[in-house]
Structure formats: C-alpha cells, structure tokens
Design a protein around this ligand. Structure first.
Ligand SMILES: [Cu+2]
Length: 276
C-alpha cells in the first residue's frame, strides 16, 4: 500500500512537470525573446519543429529515468534505513539483474540516438535553393548580399546584386511597437515557403548568425564560408542576435528576418534593384 502511494506521488510530480513544460511551449506566441521565458520561441521552420520535438521526447525519457531512480532510492531508504534492521544481507551477484541494468540503459540510449542522428543529418541536407543569401558579420553589424539578382552580369564574383548593411536601430529612432535592441534599419527580407541557402562569413572576428525561431545558429568565421538551408513556413518577423562574443558591441548587432509572400518579395527585390 505504501509502495503504491509512493509511486502515485512520483507519477503525479512527473505529469505536473510535463504539463508545465509543454504549456510553456503553447503560451509563447512570439518570435522574439520574452521576459522570464524558459521555453523555445514558436517554430517557423520544419527544422525548429524537429528540434522542439526531439527536446520534448528526451525530456519525457529523462523524467521517466529520474522518477524511477528517485523511487528506487526512496524505497531503499525506507526499507533499509530503519535503525531496528539488524540483519545484514549477503548478496553476491545476480546475472539477471546485471543483464537488465546493462541492456536497459543501452536500449534507452539507442532510443535517444536514432531521432537525434536523423535530425543532425537532416541539418546538412542541401535542397536546390530558390534564393541564396550571403551574410557577413562585421564589428558590429551584418552585411547581406543577394547575389542571385546581379545588376551587372559582367561584374563577376562579389559584384552586382543587392548588397546592404543592417545596423541596430538606435533608441531615439524607434517607432511605437518596435523592439529595443532588436530592431534594425534594414531587415533581411526572404520569401515564405521557399528553400533558402544561407552562407555566412566574417570580415574581422568570429560572429554567429542565430535566429531561434528559425532553428539557425551558424558561425561566421573569417576566411571560411559556412552553409545551411532552411524553409520558412509562415510570414512574420523573426528576431535573433549575434551569438559569438565578438567584442565591445557584440550585443548591439541584432538580426531581423522578415518573411513575406512571393509577390511582396518580388516587389521588394525590384525596389532594391532600382536603388542600386
Ligand atoms: Cu557577436
């Protein structure tokens, strides 16, 4: 009876913890960090959905293990912790028990490893991209290049296309509803539901291009070109920040990705090309 009561208690705690963590996922409806949030931002790419699903699965397994170990610990203390238990047990070995406590953790690790590796290798999957963006980290702002739309085809590598810098919007320039320390003067505009290839590099020190709701964190390393692809599933603004300590104003080089419909995207490209 006591045993059942203990078990019920721990199951209750486990389920409560699960509800707390999952409800937090539902509550956060924003694509920027919010005060006291301990959960993920809303996913906007299949990749981020996969990351959140894997996180939840591992959490469930972790809770199961923690509850089981805690139960064994408490029941052992309760059974053998009494001062009036004088009898000592001469237990040598138990083959069955040893097989179980070796194979069970191994199986559990396999259960975690399979979805984990699937997700890891899907990150490297390069789908024929519709748009290629080159993103260069600088102290302390980002430069974006859309080389697909070269104005002058003869200009060769690095010439032509749409190139602009994206700086933090200073406090006195902020308009109502804009986010302090996250809003930029030139957003990175991308089409929704399209495969996008992102290339990162740096002009000075190591930076990192990170946007949580897109599930992207790609280092920008001087002299190297890193690559990833993603697909944004919905329209909106997704805020991120440089995530590699890069100097005095590291905190002042935010990222704002705006995903728009195909027509708006073409209009935006045309406007930018006219400006160039
Ligand atoms: Cu930085």
């Amino acid at each position: 009876m006591e045993l059942k009561k203990n078990l019920n208690f721990f199951i209750h705690i486990g389920v409560s913890l699960l509800i707390i963590t999952s409800s937090n996922n539902l509550l956060s409806f924003c694509d920027f960090p919010t005060n006291w949030s301990i959960s993920f931002q809303n996913p906007a790419t299949p990749l981020m959905e996969g990351i959140i699903a894997l996180h939840s699965d591992i959490w469930a397994i972790m809770l199961f293990v923690a509850v089981f170990v805690l139960y064994i610990l408490c029941s052992t203390l309760q059974k053998f912790g009494n001062a009036d238990v004088q009898k000592s047990y001469k237990v040598h070995h138990n083959s069955m028990l040893e097989i179980v406590w070796t194979t069970l953790p191994a199986l559990l690790l396999c259960v975690i490893a399979i979805p984990s590796f699937t997700l890891l290798y899907s990150l490297d999957e390069i789908v024929d991209p519709s748009v290629t963006i080159k993103c260069i980290g600088r102290q302390w702002y980002w430069s974006y290049e859309y080389s697909d739309y070269a104005v002058d085809a003869d200009s060769g590598l690095g010439g032509g296309g749409i190139i602009f810098d994206s700086y933090l919007l200073q406090d006195d320039l902020l308009e109502e509803g804009q986010l302090r320390l996250l809003e930029v003067d030139n957003r990175l505009v991308l089409p929704v539901n399209s495969h996008i290839r992102l290339l990162t590099s740096s002009a000075d020190v190591i930076h990192s291009f990170a946007v949580p709701s897109l599930g992207i964190k790609l280092d920008a390393i001087p002299g190297r070109l890193n690559q990833t692809t993603f697909l944004i599933k919905r329209e909106g603004c997704f805020y991120g920040q440089c995530s590699e300590l890069c100097g005095a104003s590291h905190a002042l080089m935010p990222i704002c990705v705006e995903s728009v419909g195909a027509e708006d995207y073409i209009n935006w490209i045309n406007t930018k090309l006219d400006e160039a």
